[in-house]
Structure formats: C-alpha cells, structure tokens
Design a protein around this ligand. Structure first.
Ligand code: GLC
Length: 799
C-alpha cells in the first residue's frame, strides 16, 4: 500500500475529506475540502459515469464517442449514507464512495466485489501544458483477465501489459508495438466469473496498465483533460460489451457486397491494369465484389482528382466494372496539396478550413503529394464541406466506397510522425490543441466521408473504411489493421487484432490479407485467406513493392484452395449478414473470442487462436508453416467437424488434421446454417432455393437467419425478414420450428434442408403437425436432404 505521503512525494495529489454531497434524479455531486468534485451519474441499471475535477469546474460536457441517441434509463436508484461511505444502489449493483478520499467500490448485491479503487482518483499538475495528468488506479485480483483496447498487436489477454493510445502511422509494426492506428480506451475485466467494463472517454493520449507495474493494480491515466470514465457491470461479458456498444453506437447495415471478397493493391493503374485484374477474377471463376484504387489514380496525389492519362474516363470505367459485378472503392487521404491552382486547396484556403499552428500559420506537413495543409475535421463546417466534395466521385462517377487513410494524422519525415501538439482545432466549438484532438482526427474525417458518401450514394448504403479511429467511430466506418507484414507472426497478429476489435465495439474489421509489406509464400497466403474469409472485412492488399498478391500469382494449388475458401465465404454470406444484423441491432460482436463465448470456462481466458464466427461456427486458423494439423481447444458443448461431420464433445483440447486445403472449422450441434449458392459477386444470380444446413443435437438450439434487399433502406420500413429456428432433438426425433417476422419476401420459395448427424433413419414426417409421406418433401436418403416450403412453421422427423 502506498501512503499519501509517498504519493505527494511522487507529485501526485488526491481528494481530501468530503464536505458535502447532493443529488438529483440520476446524479450525485461530491465536494471535497481541497476543491475536488466527483460527479457520479447513473445511465443504466448497469452503467455509471464518473467525472472528477480538481478545481471545482467541469469542462463543457461534450463527447465524440458517445452516441447522442444511445438508449438510457434505469429502473431503481437508492442513495443512503453509512459512517464512512455514501452508498448508491442501482437494481444491478452497489457503489460505495468513501467520505475521506472519494475512493469508490463496486459490489454485487450479494456483497461480492466487482471492482474497487486502489488509490482511486489522483492527479499530477503539469507545468508544461498547464493542465493535469489525471489518474485512476484500481485493485486487481490475481486471477483477473483483461480484454479490449482496439487494435493492439499483443496478447489477447492484456494482463501484464502497459499500453498507451496515441494514433500512429506504424508501417510494418510488430508484435507488441505499443501505439497503433486506433484509440479505443475501453477494456473489460473478468474475475471469478464477474465481468465489468471501463470506458475512459478522454481523447488525450491515454495510458493503461494491467498489473504490469504492480501485480495487483490496474490503472489508467491521461496526459490532460478530465478523469471521465464509465463503469459498466456485467456480470456477463456480453452485457458489458453490448452496453458499451449501445453507449458508443452501432453502424448501419453495410451493403452486402461490402461483405464479399475485395481485391486491392498499391496501386492498380492505369485503367487497362484494373480491367486486366478484374477480368482475370471472372475468367478464373474466383468470386470478388470490389476493386480498389490506391493513391495513383489521382493527379499528383491531389484528393478528388483523376489522373486523366491513366484514367481518361473514370465514369465509363466504373460503369463497366459495375456491369461486370465489381464495385469501385477509391482512397482519399486528409493531406491537401499546397497548390493554388487546385480548387479543393483554394476553396479550403479561402474558407479558412485548414488547421493552424498556435501562433497563426497553417499546419504544414509532407505526405504523398508533398507539402500539404490539413482540413480541421473537428469543425462541423469543414465536415459539411468535405462531405460535399464527394458529389462528383460518388454521385457522378459512381464510385461506391471510400477508403480513408493516413488520418492518424500521419506526417512524413518529422519526429512523432504527426502534427505538432500546438496545432489548433475547433473540436465542435470547444477549441483545443492537437493534444486533445489528435486521437479523434481520423474518426472525424471518416465521419465527414460517411456523410458525403451516404448523401451521394443514397438510396444505396455507404461503404467507408478508415485506418485511424476512436471509440464510437464504428458508427461511420469499417476499418483495417494497417501496414502489416507478410510473416507468420503477422497472421497470428491479424487473428488477435480482429478479435480484439470485435471486443472493442468495432466488428467491421479485417487485415491486409497476405501482408502489406513484403511477399508471402503461397502457403502463408493460403493460410491467411483461410483466416481472412472469417473476418467481417475480407480484403487482399499489398504495397506492391515485392511482387503480386492476386490469388493466381502463387500457382494452381494456391489458387484452387483459395478459391474453395472464398467460395465458402460466399456460401456463408447469409449467415455472416445475420451476424452483422445482430451486431447492428444488439452490439453483439461478429467474432466471439472463446472467453466471450464461455467466460465461465477458465480454459478460455488465455486462448486466442480459436474464435466463434457469428454464433455457431468455431474456427481455428493454422498459423505455422509446414503443418498437417494442430491441437486446438473445443469449447464446451457438442461440435461437428465441418469437413467430415464427426461429432466432438468439447471442454478439451484435441488434435485436428489440417493439410493445406483444410482449416479447422466446427459447427455447433443444433445449428441451422443458411447458405447461398456460390456466386461470383453478391446478387449475381437470383436465389432460387436457399440451403439450410441442419446439425442434429440431442437437446435444443436456436438459430437465426436475417434477410433483406442487401442494400438500400427499406429494411428500416419493416421490409426485412428475420427467421428464428428452434431445433429440438430427441433420441429418435427432431423437431424444427420456425418463427418469422418482417415483411420482406425473398426470391425463392423453398429451403433445401441438408441433415447432418441424424442418429436415426427417418420413418415418419409430420409437416405443420400432420403426417405426410416422405416423398412430399422429396427426401433423398442418400445425401439426407429434403425440400420444404420456406414459410413452414413446424417440421417433425421421426425415426
Ligand atoms: C498507407 C496505407 C496503405 C496504402 C498506402 C498508399 O501505407 O496504410 O494501405 O496502400 O498508404 O496509399
């Protein structure tokens, strides 16, 4: 235990003695002798916000992260006083605030500790920037685990790590590189089956220590701003994460093509090269939905221009690509070339939209086009103007998606690789320096881009991808993990990073498949594809400096195996789309790390190779060269090996064969998995019949299948269809019940059911509670399939 004297010695200050507290309906204000105030607000039965100020004055309450429409409201609140504490009770937990130093403790109603302050709130004055380093420390149990924090390229369980959040362009980063492209100051703790979350909504550089410096202490602090954090109680991680995602917002559904396979490179040009690539995909029957244009499509890297020599008629090209089933996605960076004859530059200059240094001159920095100025995306007028710049690119030329890059913001050839800290920002009317705006600069750029693409692509849905982001940025954009490297370690990292992003509210994420820097072997490329098809965003990208990375570059075998897996993704699109729907509706992550899937099972707490894709598909990538299989953990319950339908009882490690054309995939017993026929791109064909893969289980399991028009907004007018299947299996019987909501009517009339693992021969069939001859369902005893009307409500198969 550190004493107060020791703390003072270290320059830390802390609240002294409560003078008074008062409360209204949802807020309790505490005032201490040395002027510290704590404002505690109850937002939900399981969520409380804590704000501290050291001089009695709170900053204007403003957050880019918090979704203004987030659901809130609580059912019960009780405030009482004990000798030493003020006690606030919600329906879900109890919070006690100590009168002598404002230390806070959170408890379950049964008295169990959820989380207690160690030193609690303390601070250190900074004479360098005239503010405070604001700090918080919590006690931690030995067996506690930590998850979250965005894109950190390190062990999935963060126990023992000390990390900071400062968006940074990290070309060819490595395992344990600290600062990366995104700042997501949110983590979940898990101890003794109790989970909670901390969202530290502070956009300055923030720091997190998970029992690294001191074994039983976690702490988080910031280089400025307010100690302003949200405590979220579980006890299930799913309660924590969905509450966090409610608070910081969910995206709208992407167009389904955005979930297809995407091909990218730095750079495909001129037009003939782009066409050569897209034609090759079609010629080789390799499904692909999108082709990307990196910076070389522009005129001298000037955003919103085209190099007319390479792309003489972009509108025609984009249309022709579209006719061939390809959507075009184009890159747009924040740096605007200093060039008075360039209208985007001229306009922003005239309107005073560029960032300035503290003493007045423009912030000047080098990026791809050479010397640039940078729009201040934290100014709402600038965002409005920026969104308008997409009129031609999206509205007229017909580009369907925009890729925002270098928006950490990245500046070349300067120490720190970004803006000097004195640069000024509007921050939506709360003027501040770059110290505060740095971590949200990229998010605000992506937000402006989203508004623009949405406006000019309407009534179709927008697609945006960004490199930098902050909590809440998931409302506007998808993301990727930046400039990785073609190594086996990076394949491991991609797996961990995407699971971590899913656990940080940002499910729409992927890595540069194959690696951005350097060149993968055919084997590494294949293994990466086998992982990448299970990532919500699935794109091959490379710097192009070291050779090609199209699927045909590595020879026939790699091409065939890669195709087989990309085809599997296309078959699973309705399943992935349903997982996306659950993410958009409830904030459920699209990938579920095993600890999230079954936190009670301590075996899962340090696992990160295996994950659940959606709700019912278990995947374990192969992350090493020259292997014919691996050991993997099968979570509790029963699982079918996807490749041979062998049933495995989970709760243990097993050996799984995985030669190059196999990646371990298991399906949860009882699952009903919707599948499309293989297509070369989304909506290539009208679906005539849907396949449902039905996996028998002794017991019950629910599955869902969401559908809509794949694009547009009619789904918001109830024009969607949500089917819930309830499977109940007995020794010699299986019953499938279907419940459907929504008004969408699909193009097909029937389902083809493929029955897996049925332990009996079907003798009798009851359809809508009436016995029918087996032939009515065109039962095929050989492949165990049958055809059934799509809107059936009950089917019973009896042995
Ligand atoms: C950055 C991006 C990369 C892109 C390149 C050129 O390095 O991370 O994806 O290809 O810039 O625009």
């Amino acid at each position: 235990m550190i004493t107060n004297t020791e703390l003072e010695h270290k320059g830390n200050l802390y609240p002294t003695g409560l003078i008074s507290y008062e409360h209204d309906q949802d807020t309790v204000n505490f005032i201490t002798k040395n002027g510290v105030r704590l404002q505690l607000t109850i937002l939900r039965d399981n969520m409380m916000r804590f704000r501290y100020t050291t001089n009695g004055i709170f900053e204007h309450d403003f957050s880019y992260a918090v979704d203004q429409n987030h659901p809130h409201g609580f059912n019960h609140l009780e405030i009482s006083e004990e000798d030493t504490h003020v006690v606030v009770k919600t329906e879900k937990f109890i919070c006690k605030v100590a009168k002598d130093d404002l230390r806070v403790g959170m408890y379950e109603h049964n008295g169990k500790i959820i989380l207690e302050d160690e030193l609690g709130f303390h601070w250190e004055e900074s004479f360098e920037f005239g503010g405070n380093f604001v700090k918080m420390s919590k006690s931690s149990k030995d067996q506690e685990s930590f998850f979250g924090l965005g894109d950190k390229p390190t062990n999935f369980n963060l126990k023992g790590k000390r990390l900071s959040l400062w968006n940074t362009d990290q070309y060819a980063y490595g395992k344990d590189t600290n600062e990366l492209y995104k700042a997501v100051p949110f983590y979940m703790g898990l101890q003794q089956n109790i989970s909670y979350g901390i969202f530290f909504d502070n956009t300055f550089k923030t720091h997190f220590d998970f029992c690294s410096e001191r074994r039983n202490v976690t702490s988080f602090w910031a280089d400025g701003g307010e100690m302003n954090y949200y405590f979220i109680y579980g006890p299930q991680m799913t309660d924590v994460l969905t509450t966090y995602t409610d608070l910081t917002g969910k995206p709208e559904l992407p167009p389904m093509w955005a979930l297809g396979f995407h091909q990218c490179k730095w750079s495909y040009y001129p037009e003939s090269k782009v066409k050569e690539i897209t034609s090759k995909f079609r010629e080789l029957n390799f499904p692909c939905d999108a082709i990307y244009l990196d910076i070389d499509y522009m005129e001298g890297f000037r955003c919103f221009t085209w190099n007319k020599e390479f792309f003489p008629d972009p509108k025609r090209m984009v249309r022709e690509l579209e006719e061939d089933g390809f959507k075009t996605v184009a890159i747009i960076d924040p740096g605007i070339k200093i060039d008075l004859s360039y209208d985007v530059f001229k306009e922003a200059l005239d309107k005073d939209y560029f960032c300035r240094r503290a003493d007045g001159p423009y912030m000047r920095g080098k990026v791809w086009p050479g010397e640039c100025y940078f729009p201040d995306f934290t100014n709402p007028d600038v965002r409005e103007w920026w969104s308008g710049l997409y009129r031609e690119l999206i509205g007229e030329i017909g580009v369907k998606g925009v890729w925002n890059d270098m928006n950490e913001p990245a500046v070349m050839e300067v120490p720190g690789k970004t803006f000097p800290l004195d640069v000024r920002h509007d921050y939506d009317g709360h003027a501040c320096s770059h110290r505060k705006a740095h971590n949200i600069y990229g998010m605000q750029m992506a937000r402006a881009t989203y508004e623009g693409v949405k406006k000019f692509n309407f009534p179709k849905r927008p697609f945006i991808i960004t490199r930098a982001n902050y909590s809440g940025g998931q409302r506007y954009t998808s993301t990727w993990t930046g400039d990785n490297v073609a190594t086996w370690e990076h394949l491991w990292l991609a797996n961990v990073q995407i699971q971590r992003l899913c656990m940080s509210g940002m499910s729409f994420a992927g890595s540069d498949i194959g690696g951005f820097a350097e060149q993968p072997s055919g084997e590494l490329y294949t293994r990466w594809i086998q992982l990448g098809i299970f990532h919500p965003f699935c794109r091959v990208h490379s710097s192009g400096d070291h050779g090609e990375q199209e699927p045909w570059f590595f020879g026939e075998d790699v091409l065939d195996i890669s195709r087989k897996f990309v085809e599997l993704r296309y078959q699973l699109l309705p399943y992935l789309y349903t997982a996306f729907y659950n993410y958009v509706q409830e904030g459920q992550p699209i990938l579920k790390p095993l600890v999230y899937f079954d936190q009670e099972d301590v075996q899962t707490h340090y696992r990160s190779d295996e994950f659940i894709f959606g709700n019912q598909i278990l995947v374990c990538p192969i992350q090493e060269p020259n292997v014919q299989g691996r050991r993997m953990y099968i979570p509790k319950g029963q699982w079918y090996n996807f490749w041979n339908d062998n049933l495995v009882n989970g709760g243990k490690e097993i050996w799984v064969d995985a030669p190059l054309d196999i990646v371990p995939i298991f399906i949860k017993a009882g699952a009903i998995i919707p599948k499309y026929p293989i297509q070369q791109y989304v909506d290539q064909v009208e679906i005539k019949q849907m396949t449902l893969d039905v996996y028998y289980k002794l017991g019950k399991e629910n599955s869902e299948f969401y559908e809509d028009a794949h694009d547009g907004y009619e789904y918001r007018q109830n024009i969607y269809s949500l089917r819930t299947f309830k499977l109940t299996g007995k020794e010699d019987e299986v019953i499938i019940q279907q419940h459907k909501s929504g008004k969408f009517s699909a193009s097909y009339e029937t389902f083809k059911l493929n029955l897996h693992g049925l332990p009996f021969e079907i003798r009798r069939v009851f359809y809508e509670n009436e016995e029918v001859p087996l032939e009515t369902l065109q039962y095929n005893a050989e492949d165990k399939s049958m055809i059934i009307k799509k809107d059936f409500s009950e089917l019973q198969l009896v042995g």
